[in-house]
Design a protein around this ligand. Structure first.
Ligand code: AHR
Length: 510
């Protein structure tokens, strides 16, 4: 919870570590790896790279695994995205040289299927993370979806569980999270559906999948959170915990509701305030979940679904077209936008059960591979800082500060949200460490700010900034990095947030 007071001479921020607002589900720091551009091939998996020292015996990029390790990313979504709509998972199992190459229609490529389910499971093991699989709602069938769940999770003496064993994987993978399709509302989607057609199909598939494996968690395909599609699909599919014919166990069919949003603008202020649209979308969507819950008379004891923001990021398709692999070259302005995105996810921790940055390597990604190494884009730094430090509980913050008053994208942002120059969120972890992220969006003003709640603390300060908002790390030199320093606040001392910067302050609370 961040409360805001407008118009003051000196900005001030007060942090209340004892006022816990919501428990943060670490799954909000999840990733996404799609068969798109260079995400899988040469991103995760690069067995033919001549620099053998960069590659594990399984063909994985060692440097990518090493870069991701300290971030402890809990979950990776796979294999898409739009790619899912024509993906037949059985093309990607068994002897690699016998797997079929297929036309890939979402991004206009040829899919060799050299990397498939077993390779992804093995990569997840190497990355110490959990898989989240997205089902083919385009050209796929329910039979095929059930077979995939059985292949991954089957424990019994059944055909697909035995096929997995035959491929050398005795133990089930226990894949917990499954998505009921991806962006089925989109005109670009193969077998695009009406909300009525999608909702009925999702409900019927959910029933079958939960009968097959009641331990799986199913994610309904919503849209952007604040749309009629979101309301309709929630209302149709949020049924009272069902499957009661199975006995005492009452299993809810839908565990999470997926929404997607990409933001971007060439204008810095529109760019950095755009993620606030996601904050409003979460608020509206959370209301729609409640409405469906109430109207459908769900039992008070039934688990309320959370939001799965399983694609979020800065993406300007004209700048980085999907058909060309969406290799965004992120600027300092984009890094600030990503930090605001992450502030939003922390502020809305009560409503968000999972969120996946889209994507994790090469495609719209903070991390880029070259044949011989890695580049950390500007957006890497806020992502790393949040994954490492912003955990435990969201805590209350009060910000008193002037606001940006120009145009926004979408234009309704300023009508529905506050747009203070300082965008803030704060957390306290289980060991009592307080972390606060402050984004100073202003490109001309350093903002000297009083910081209540820090007196006497030894504060570690992480600062991410650069010469100006257009600085990037893709031009052969790192123009945007992270600096670490110490600050010991005294009574009435003020902290200066540099113009166009991200600052993370971290101290041990009393
Ligand atoms: O992440 C890139 C693409 O954006 C995904 O495939 C799709 O779901 C979204 O439109």
């Amino acid at each position: 919870m961040t409360t805001l007071t407008k118009r003051t001479s000196t900005p001030s921020i007060a942090v209340f570590p004892n006022h816990k607002v919501a428990k943060i589900n670490r799954n909000i720091y999840s990733g996404f790896t799609e068969h798109m551009g260079r995400c899988i091939y040469t991103g995760l998996y690069d067995p033919t790279n001549p620099n053998k020292h960069l590659i594990t015996p399984e063909g994985f990029r060692k440097d990518v695994l090493e870069a991701l390790a300290p971030l402890n990313i809990p979950i990776f979504r796979y294999p898409g995205g739009n790619f899912c709509a024509t993906y037949h998972w059985q093309d990607g199992i068994g002897a690699v040289d016998q797997r079929p190459s297929r036309p890939e229609l979402a991004w206009g490529n040829v899919e060799t299927n050299h990397f498939g389910t077993d390779e992804f499971m093995s990569w997840c093991k190497a990355a110490n993370t959990q898989p989240y699989l997205c089902l083919n709602f385009g050209t796929g069938t329910l039979d095929e979806a059930m077979a995939w769940v059985e292949y991954c999770n089957g424990k019994n003496d059944t055909y697909y569980a035995n096929l997995r064993r035959k491929h050398g994987h005795e133990e089930p993978y226990n894949v917990k999270y499954w998505a009921l399709g991806n962006e089925m509302w989109g005109p670009w989607q193969i077998n695009q559906m009406t909300q009525e057609a999608y909702a009925e199909r999702a409900l019927q598939w959910a029933k079958a999948l939960k009968l097959l494996d009641p331990t799986v968690e199913l994610v309904l395909c919503g849209k952007e959170g604040a749309t009629t599609w979101d309301y309709y699909t929630l209302k149709h599919c949020l049924q009272p915990a069902g499957l009661s014919d199975l006995g005492e166990e009452r299993v809810p069919l839908i565990d999470m509701h997926s929404i997607h949003l990409y933001t971007a603008s060439e204008d810095h202020y529109e760019n950095v305030t755009a993620p606030l649209a996601a904050e409003r979308a979460i608020e509206v969507c959370s209301g729609l979940i409640d409405l469906a819950f109430i109207e459908n008379k769900l039992l008070p004891t039934q688990k309320r679904p959370t939001i799965c923001f399983d694609e979020w990021n800065v993406w300007s398709p004209p700048r980085a077209p999907g058909s060309k692999g969406a290799e965004e070259q992120y600027t300092l302005s984009d890094a600030l936008a990503v930090a605001v995105w992450l502030n939003v996810l922390v502020r809305k921790a009560k409503d968000v059960g999972m969120a996946c940055i889209a994507q994790s390597v090469n495609v719209l990604s903070p991390l880029m591979t070259t044949e011989s190494g890695l580049i950390r884009q500007t957006t890497w730094w806020p992502y790393e800082l949040f994954c490492r430090f912003m955990k435990g509980h969201t805590i209350a913050v009060h910000v008193a500060c002037d606001s940006y008053e120009g145009s926004t994208k979408p234009d309704w942002v300023r009508a529905l949200k506050e747009t203070p120059w300082l965008d803030v969120s704060a957390t306290v972890d289980d060991e009592g460490w307080v972390s606060m992220c402050v984004v100073n969006m202003h490109v001309e003003k350093n903002l000297e700010t009083t910081l209540g709640g820090t007196e006497g603390a030894k504060v570690t300060v992480y600062t991410v900034t650069g010469s100006n908002q257009t600085a990037t790390n893709m031009a052969g030199k790192e123009e945007v990095g992270m600096a670490e320093s110490q600050w010991e606040p005294t009574k009435d001392s003020r902290f200066v947030f540099p113009k166009c910067s991200i600052t993370m302050l971290r101290w041990k609370g009393s």
